[in-house]
Ligand binder design. Structure first.
Ligand code: TXA
Ligand code: MG
Length: 329
């Protein structure tokens, strides 16, 4: 095909500005361009949510499949009513308790939200990040901001602005810098379009915590009804180039060029090209995607990952580990 190489060279000719100024980054969004920004979960890649052309450039920059909807980010709880309609009372309770925070609510969309954002669905994901610089940036954008994670499609989500640059340098006009993200895994996605809420993607807000506010909250399993599943979960996700192997214990005689990450200490750590022992599941979540990227940079062949046990954040971590291992096996 003639067109694609031309499009690629056009995109890679773009200059990527790296800035610490929310105002400068917001100006790109206001002008109909896109900008990456930090949040407490992972970095996002934002566009004016009411501009189909701006939203389309997110899909182009990431190489994201068009059937995967974007989350719309707000700086104030009241902004939810600009993008969603018929918000059920239980969703208001969840917003009161968990916004700002690592929680996305899937709600019925307002007609103003274009189909490019929601991949043609009648629903829209809404999230208010718990991150001062993100809130400042979103406030200055003057509109709700549609944003997926700021990685190339299929790569691990970025937890540092350097990881955004690694994936998208020359493909996006602006990166708003910030700290390394505090949580390291993407938000919990909860469907709020039926009688009871249902978790579509586990994250740092756990099912148990959601149930303390809305007792009837359920979890949608991989075998659950397909109309309550998150379209994004069909796609290859969260995966490094290396093979990911889930283990209950680190192998004692690993092959050459392998790595290990987990909470237990391997018996022979020095037999790994790279290894990381985390203090708890929070540290494990915080480190995981960065570790995946570091392993890829070093050309590691196989990454052994200890499968954490228990609920709460361990559920989200196990979910990402399973997806990474399925994507590479
Ligand atoms: O923490 C996060 O959620 C980060 C930061 C940047 O906010 N964003 C993020 O976006 O992880 P993304 O696009 O990588 O993942 C969004 C997930 C996908 O699995 C998508 O299918 C799902 O949310 N989603 C978005 N809108 C939806 C909708 N209307 N119905 C069902 N699932 C939806
Ligand atoms: Mg993503």
């Amino acid at each position: 095909m003639e067109l694609w190489p031309q499009a690629t060279s056009y995109i890679s000719a773009m200059k990527t500005i790296v800035t610490a100024s929310p105002k400068e980054a917001a100006e790109f969004v206001r002008a109909g361009e896109i900008a990456a920004f930090p949040t407490e979960t992972v970095y996002g890649l934002g566009a004016h949510a009411f501009s189909p052309a701006a939203v389309q450039s997110i899909f182009d920059a990431k190489g994201r499949p068009a059937d995967n909807p974007l989350i719309v980010h707000i700086f104030d709880k009241g902004q939810a009513d600009e993008i969603a309609v018929a918000i059920p009372p239980y969703a208001r309770l969840l917003m009161e308790k968990f916004f700002p925070g690592p929680l996305t609510l899937v709600l019925r969309k307002d007609q103003r939200v274009p189909r490019e954002v929601t991949a043609g669905l009648a629903t829209v994901g809404v999230r208010m990040p718990d991150h001062d610089r993100a809130i400042e940036f979103l406030r200055l954008c003057d509109s709700p901001v549609a944003a997926p994670s700021a990685n190339r499609a299929g790569r691990p989500s970025p937890t540092t602005w350097q990881a955004v640059l690694e994936d998208l340098d020359g493909r996006i006009p602006c990166i708003l810098t910030g700290n390394r993200t505090a949580i390291g895994l993407e938000s919990t996605v909860v469907d709020c379009t039926e009688d009871d809420p249902a978790v579509l993607r586990p994250g740092a807000v756990s099912l148990e915590e959601l149930q303390t506010v809305v007792a009837s909250t359920g979890a949608v399993t991989a075998t659950g009804s397909s109309n309550r599943r998150s379209p994004g979960l069909r796609h290859r996700h969260y995966a490094p180039q290396a093979l990911v192997r889930l283990v209950v214990e680190a192998p004692t005689a690993p092959e050459r060029n392998t790595a290990y990450i987990g909470i237990s200490t391997p018996r022979h750590p020095d037999r790994f090209e790279r290894y990381l022992v985390c203090g708890d599941v929070h540290e494990y979540a915080y480190e995981l995607f960065d570790f995946f990227r570091a392993c890829d940079t070093r050309g590691v062949h196989t990454i052994y990952c200890e499968l954490p046990t228990g609920g709460g954040l361990a559920t989200a971590l196990s979910d990402r580990l399973r997806r990474a291992s399925e994507a590479t096996s």
